[in-house]
Design a protein around this ligand. Structure first.
Ligand code: PMP
Ligand code: GLU
Length: 396
């Protein structure tokens, strides 16, 4: 059987592949420490669970309107107004099966074959493949560690061609933890307006910024830029709801309506019960977010301190999200042998670490960033302690 060119041209998600591998190894009785998939280890807060149970008991178990239930759209509108100071109406909101689904809908609604989508790297694994699925072309813009992995307005300007359709930004960033500052974002907004380019702004880690950092949405810089931005967010990371699959997008009515039309044929509505639970997540008591945030913050400081004690690892303190992103280029120069071959890249190093220390990490190459590893610290301090001690044993 021959698969379509479309599917042949994409790679499987490396983050999800590592997750399945870890689950399999654990099932085989191995004591794996996983810094692989980025998902909170906390349970979904009780008040949110209760709303889902109520929805089931009340028989809220049927199809909903394809673009989402009015109560959830209202909760999203109020959240965006409260937290970002941006005002949307109901026709400018769509609820989908996770932020991942919103991103795909957005690319499908915006891109024609051959359009260029600018993608600052390091970037999350699914962007590149989704852009390719939309028959558009990913154009990488390499950001640097020296510039805190933040795209500069100058870099953006130099990358625009007459085929550029969209800039995809992600702040706070997966995998680097970069949080874009207001000044640079404002400059980026000015260029997008001048050149008439859309922006997909993935803000899924919005609630996870540390110390004095503040999250800014590019859509909040005035009514003109708001017309060019598709803001994407969801409940997965902030409310420990990865399995519930609820994300949302806010943007110009015409694009949202195109996304709804597309979604209507592909998946219909997002899960009715999870939509009800998400109303409670966004509109209910926000105390649990603060508790999870503070716990992530402790783990962040701890893991970075420990990573910097490992020979050849050098790790900056991430400002947001829940990933540490150590530079391991020195380790790659030490000539470690694995299966008789010298380790030269992050994928080989990640495989070596998994096999020799039973610790799962994601290679930087999955994020278009050779010379780095990504470790999710959305796991307990005890697990982090054990993982770090195994890595020290392996490298020191
Ligand atoms: N964007 C980024 C940057 C992510 O890391 C994730 C995590 N899976 C998503 C979007 C998608 O999140 P979800 O589909 O669970 O809402
Ligand atoms: N976003 C998480 C990660 O980067 C979850 C897995 C995925 O959807 O890619 O690990």
């Amino acid at each position: 059987m021959t698969l379509s060119e479309r599917v042949k041209n994409i790679q499987a998600s490396q983050t999800l592949a590592i997750t399945s591998q870890v689950l399999k190894m654990k099932a085989d009785g191995k004591k794996i420490i996983s810094f692989g998939a980025g998902e909170p280890d906390f349970n979904t807060p009780n008040n949110i669970q209760e709303e889902a149970i109520k929805a089931i008991k009340d028989g809220f178990t049927h199809y909903t309107s394809a673009s989402g239930i009015p109560e959830l759209k209202k909760a999203v509108i109020e959240k965006l107004s409260r937290d970002q100071g941006i005002h949307y109406n109901t026709n400018q909101i769509i609820i989908s099966n996770g932020a991942k689904h919103c991103l795909y809908n957005a690319l499908m609604a915006l891109c024609n074959p051959g359009d260029e989508v600018l993608l600052p790297t390091p970037c999350w694994v699914s962007y590149t493949e989704q852009i390719k699925l939309a028959q558009a072309k990913p154009v990488f813009i390499r950001t640097s560690q020296e510039n805190q992995f933040q795209l500069s307005a100058k870099q953006l300007e130099n990358s625009i061609t007459d085929k550029t359709r969209v800039l995809l930004i992600n702040t706070p960033n997966n995998p680097t933890g970069a949080v874009y500052n207001k000044e640079e974002l404002q400059k980026i907004a000015d260029i997008l307006l001048e050149k008439d380019i859309y922006c997909i702004s993935d803000e899924i880690y919005e609630k996870l910024v540390y110390e004095n950092e503040k999250h800014f949405s590019i859509a909040s810089f005035g009514s003109n830029i708001k017309e060019k931005v598709l803001l994407i967010n969801g409940v997965s990371k902030s409310y420990a709801m990865t399995g519930w699959r609820i994300g949302y997008a806010a943007g110009p009515e015409e694009i949202i309506s195109g996304m709804s039309k597309f979604q209507g044929h592909c998946t219909s509505n997002a899960n009715s019960i999870a939509q009800k639970a998400s109303v409670e997540a966004l509109a209910g008591d926000q105390e649990s977010i603060k508790q999870m945030h503070d716990e992530f913050d402790k783990r962040r400081k701890f893991i970075v301190k420990e990573l910097n004690k490992i020979n050849g690892f050098s790790c900056d303190m991430p400002k947001g999200a829940f990933y540490a992103f150590p530079n391991i280029s020195k380790v790659l120069k030490t000539g470690i042998l694995y299966n008789g071959e010298e380790i030269k890249d992050s994928l080989q190093l990640a495989n070596y670490i998994l096999s020799e220390a039973e610790v799962a990490v994601v290679p930087g190459s999955a994020f278009e960033a050779e010379g780095y590893l990504r470790l999710s610290y959305a796991t307990s301090i005890e697990e982090i302690e054990e993982g770090m001690s195994r890595l020290k044993k392996l490298f020191n």
